[in-house]
Design a protein around this ligand. Structure first.
Ligand code: CO
Ligand code: CO
Ligand code: CO
Length: 322
């Protein structure tokens, strides 16, 4: 879709629409740039407050993935004011505002429309040094891949919609989705990394594909090292799978973007493509800095961070899963 827009010619646009990156970056001066992103979606959990918090954490994540510091945000709201109680809307907005506050971000406005299907999200503006932008295109041969949250969120939220998930699992998935990627971002900035993206709608392998394409490298992922919410396995086995997850897997296979080791189960192949909401960061870090980054992440309270593979010579297919 973005390909149909006129090309960007402003030299102050440091990151635009042509690299499939998380957020746009606009240079204001030699040492200051704006980083901007927007995200909104329909409810993925029944609790209105949690939905607001998840949506805000998800929108902020694109700023953290670039190594930026979010400052302000605008609410984007669609709500059927005649059909649903306004208390629900105020709970959604409160969830978003509390999460923004936790991030040190002030919501300074917004816009709402009447819509039969509720939707909520944020447009976020942050700051970044123009020389310290962490894109998804800076990965280098030999970099180690670190993932900071477990996979399986899309499968579990689909299980919630189909009433296949117990309260404890809902609480666990909600806690994961409302967790900011701030601490992970600050840890990677402190250590210095080559590339980063957050894992959202295209799943781990879909976003990894964008990283290897942008960076001109290949990747090797060790499936058994990838952290996964255990509750996702039985659901995946029962084909409780989001449409987007199945579509990403089909796309990656048909475009010959991924080579699977024969021993990998159907469920594993699906989970590695699972569409995440407010997923973790996927970081490419120079090999010699890996231990330091994992240490920093643990100290910062990112307990799930795991090394899951590395960047390799470019190859065909570009991603190998063993
Ligand atoms: Co993103
Ligand atoms: Co986004
Ligand atoms: Co308006």
């Amino acid at each position: 879709m973005l390909r149909r827009l006129p090309p960007i010619t402003d030299a102050n646009v440091l990151v635009g629409t042509n690299t499939a990156d998380d957020a746009g970056v606009y240079r204001l001066s030699d040492d200051l740039a704006l980083v901007q992103t927007v995200d909104f979606f329909t409810p993925i959990v029944d609790d209105a407050y949690s939905f607001g918090a998840i949506s805000a954490a998800n929108a902020l994540s694109d700023i953290y993935a670039m190594g930026g510091r979010p400052l302000t945000a605008l609410n984007l709201v669609a709500f059927p004011a005649q059909q649903l109680p306004l208390d629900l809307l105020s709970d959604i907005l409160r969830g978003g505002a509390d999460k923004a506050h936790e991030a040190g971000v002030t919501i300074i406005g917004g816009h709402s429309i009447d819509d039969p299907e509720p939707k909520y999200g944020l447009a976020v503006t942050g700051l970044i040094h123009p020389h310290r932008i962490i894109t998804n295109a800076g990965g280098r041969l030999g970099d180690v891949l670190i993932l900071t949250k477990p996979l399986g969120i899309g499968i579990i939220t689909t299980g919630i919609k189909r009433e296949r998930v117990d309260e404890a699992t809902i609480a666990r998935a909600t806690a994961l989705m409302t967790r900011l990627n701030r601490a992970a971002s600050e840890a990677m900035i402190a250590v210095g990394v080559d590339a980063c993206t957050d894992v959202t709608g295209y799943g781990l392998l879909g976003h990894l594909r964008e990283m290897v394409a942008g960076s001109g490298v290949g990747a090797r992922v060790v499936a058994e090292r990838v952290p996964v919410l255990p509750e996702a396995w039985p659901l995946a086995a029962d084909k409780v799978i989001p449409g987007g997850t199945a579509a990403t897997r089909r796309f990656l296979e048909e475009s010959e973007s991924v080579a699977w080791a024969e021993s990998l189960s159907e469920e594993m192949r699906t989970v590695l493509c699972d569409a995440q909401t407010s997923g973790g960061l996927l970081i490419a870090v120079p090999n010699e800095k890996t231990d330091r980054l994992l240490e920093e992440l643990r100290r910062a309270g990112v307990p799930d961070a795991t090394a899951i593979g590395e960047l390799t010579e470019p190859g065909h297919p570009p991603i190998r899963v063993v």
